[in-house]
Design a protein around this ligand. Sequence first.
Ligand code: GTP
Ligand code: MG
Ligand code: ZN
Ligand code: ZN
Length: 1014
Amino acid sequence: MNRANQTERRFTAEDADRARKEGFARFSGWGLKSLPAEISELGNLDRLYLIHNELESLPAGIGHLINLTELDVRSNRLSSLPKEIGELRRLEELYLDDNRLQTLPAEIGKLSELRELDLDGNRLSHLPAELFRLRNLEQLDLRNNRLTEIPADICKLANLRRLYLSNNLITELPPELGQLTKLDKLELDGNQIRELPREMVQLLGRSISLSVSRNPLADPLPDLLTRGLDALAAYLRSLEDAVPHYEAKVLIVGEGAVGKSSLLASLRGEPFVLNRDTTHGLEIHPLVLPHPDLDLPMTVRAWDFGGQEVYRITHQFFFSRRALYILVWNARRGQEQGEVEGWLGRIRLRVGLDARAILVSTHCDERNPEIDFEQLKQVFPNMLAGQFSVDNQSGSGIAELRDQIAQEAAALPQMGRMLSPRWIAARDDILSRYQSEPQISWTDFVKACSHQHLNEEETTTLAELLHDLGHIIYYGDDEGLKDIVVLNPEWLTKAIAFVLEDPVTRASNGVLDHARLRLIWQEHARGVPYPARHHPYFLRLMEKFDISYRLDDNEKKSLIAQLVPHSRPVLPWIFKTPAPPSVRIVTLICKLQEPAPGLIAWMTVRHHNASVGKHWRNGVFLRHPTTAYASEALIELQQDGRLMLQVRAPSPDLFFNVLRDSMEHLLRRRWPGLQYEFLIPCPTPGCGGEFPLNGLLRRRERGKTVRDCLNCDVDHDISILLTGFTSSQAEIRAQLEALHDELGALSGGIERIEGGVKRVEVFAAQSADSLRRVLKVVSTEVIDCPRMFTLAPPPRNTEPLSPSGLVRQRRITFQLVYLTLWCEHPGEWHPWQPATYELKQEREWVARLTPYANFVLKTLRLVVPIVAAVSGVSLPKQQAEDLSKRIELMKVITERLPAEVERQERLEGTPKNELTKAEGQALRSLRALLFKYDENRIFGDLRRVQAPSGELLWVCPHHYHEYDPGLPQLPEPSQAMPPFAESRRALGARPNEVPAPTLRPAVPEVPESQTPTF
Ligand SMILES: Nc1nc2c(ncn2[C@@H]2O[C@H](COP(=O)(O)OP(=O)(O)OP(=O)(O)O)[C@@H](O)[C@H]2O)c(=O)[nH]1
Ligand SMILES: [Mg+2]
Ligand SMILES: [Zn+2]
Ligand SMILES: [Zn+2]
């Protein structure tokens, strides 16, 4: 709507009459520049809507409308409010979003009945003290303003339920926030917040929904937040006895024998050693430096890496984010520009653009370093933190370098972090064992923690934190791995390297016979035997790292994806093969700025459930496991290093979206510094031109419909180019409705689909795509409990649930309602009876769920007939009927619920790819209700898993196995093996006994995310 063209509409006597009669007046989009004087005479008005006008102020006369309960002046040009606004004593809702308000009058404090105050999108930089008198306020929306602080008085708003503060300039939160005991939604995204006050723990104990993205949060808050609010609560609680910790992590990297270990010795004030031994793997030593500004010492844990080629690839997996890197090179060797650049590149790829590195050249008493520092600075902007020349023998240059390290370390985000001394002691105790014990049991880990008085919650959080920081490997929620804590990641990566090296496995194109594992890990691992009891763990860990998966063959074999053959097998089709008219094609090119070694192998492992046995070094051909979708995909790395993805199906969107999300998820997590761009190939036959995806999306947003190809000069319809991206752009509720209509149009309903109607593939895949989108949308609000459910009344006597019987009952009393959670396993969604809750006397609770229940209903009524139709024989008729009956019952119930008016949506249209405010609120009520009825959060054994494309889902025990197959059963040895002394020997092995594994790219990523030292 173009507002400039609007002419102001006149307010007539008839308008006034009608308003008087109806009790409300709506002048939305009238182009009003000022409020007609007559309005102030409408003293009986209950509601006044002035949305989308050009009002620059409200007249003092507004104060006469003393009966107003709702005033909506959104999207105007108000720069202030008259003090008479304070006269509106009955006002309950006041909407002032999208204006130009810089201040609020003190009189706002008189609106004692106000429940909702929305000020989203104004220019407020402070709030009047009087605002905090509004005791009845339940919602305060201050998004998109210029607030720099939240006054402590916020705690006086004792009835506040929802507080929106996103996109302001807030740096600190008052501890008093913790006193808002009714708060169930707190939005803080896009501010300048570094710390969260400990008192917030009082909010987290309940089922609050908290979002704090896009803030410069100090460590370890970002990691804790990705783990969940329980982890955050455990940490905040532990801060009770916390003291600041001045610690940081420094990584010393560079080629072999350039003087890394000697440099660390010099920095530590140790004597120079001529002909020092080479470093095997890595060593960690503390370095104590004075804080440059504060009068106290900092402890820098220096990781000294062995520089030999063979270690290089494994070591990249230990590169931490936001740590300091010291890149060492030897001046005596002459021009080393390329080498230094190579190292900087590797650091950036793995760590991201915020990496910091100091360049240090050794042997400088013998020769001056030659390096073009200025040129490096251009290639790696913001990354270089200085260049130093030292000599480890004479000690020259060391003092200056030490000062610079102190400067940089002091600036690291983890410096001065508040930590409980108990956590530190437990951590130090556990980590100090890594030299003698490469792994410990979870029981031992717990013991060490309880020794330091950490409770259960704290212990779990500490373990997760140490895993996220790359100090240990621990998968507490994996059935097979939850009992083992790996303290020495290098011990594990070497074991994996032996498998990758195994000539027999290589010769058999990556098929690993489990019977070989004993040979590989014991007899062939010269000097480093790994006890047999660890073997199943290793194999399971390899699966966690996306290195291998078990082949169906009785699970006696695994496929090592990075060892598959180089040559492409014969495929049903390739990129250029023409397709029959009933099949749609979607193609995407991912242009990688640098190679991402391992990407194809990872994709092959992640999507092994779609495998048809056609994989090669540079690609994989997949078929969606749900046959009804008839979806096939080809992923291939081209000669020029670009990755092509093509999906062919009657409705390709679902599989395409899954694979694209999966690819992006992998790239972002494993190579955060990697730049890439998505391109769409020109559809003109033989053209070869390409369109950047982002450009097309932007163009379409500007209302353009065509784009010409620079190569073939043909105009293309943008919406056709974007096929495959369109569904993810459409408004989700509209998509659900359209599909529902389509379903209705299939005459004879879904039963006919079984008769082989062509539409079934299209419809099935589209519904599945919608449900996936729904879950993505829902996941932005809630991930810590199942989100799909149905409601049912109690069965009457012995009579089974029947919708018609229910309709006959004139009124549903809501004395007793059953809520059943659903398993979210894609394609096979189903109710999970053990997760059924008997809600007694909860009419009000159930009513609160209405907006979300309607949304869920819209979704489930699509997928239920599909589940019944596509699972065919696998789903007995009776169960299929039970599914539809549940939907019918849910429909009857939600229709009887008091429909809360969704005014916001009614007026402005629904938001596209997010929940409406009402739906979000209702979803949070569901969560709160579940947590109330299920204090231990068992959910009938529904468990959370991560789908291959990254999203979190809740699945039943039957489907859980597909995500977490547990430990593999390895073949028993033909004769008993002699017991091995614990792998102590493995680590204490003499350097020359350690076989140097030559690792290929894409060895395991050890920590899933790389963050600084803890
Ligand atoms: N003259 C001189 N010799 C040095 C200097 N730095 C190191 N060395 C010698 O160079 C050799 C290699 O030094 P190291 O510190 O072991 O090198 P490194 O980089 O740790 O080697 P790896 O652990 O194998 O990667 C040793 O024999 C040192 O004594 C220096 O600045 N000047
Ligand atoms: Mg060394
Ligand atoms: Zn073209
Ligand atoms: Zn299930």
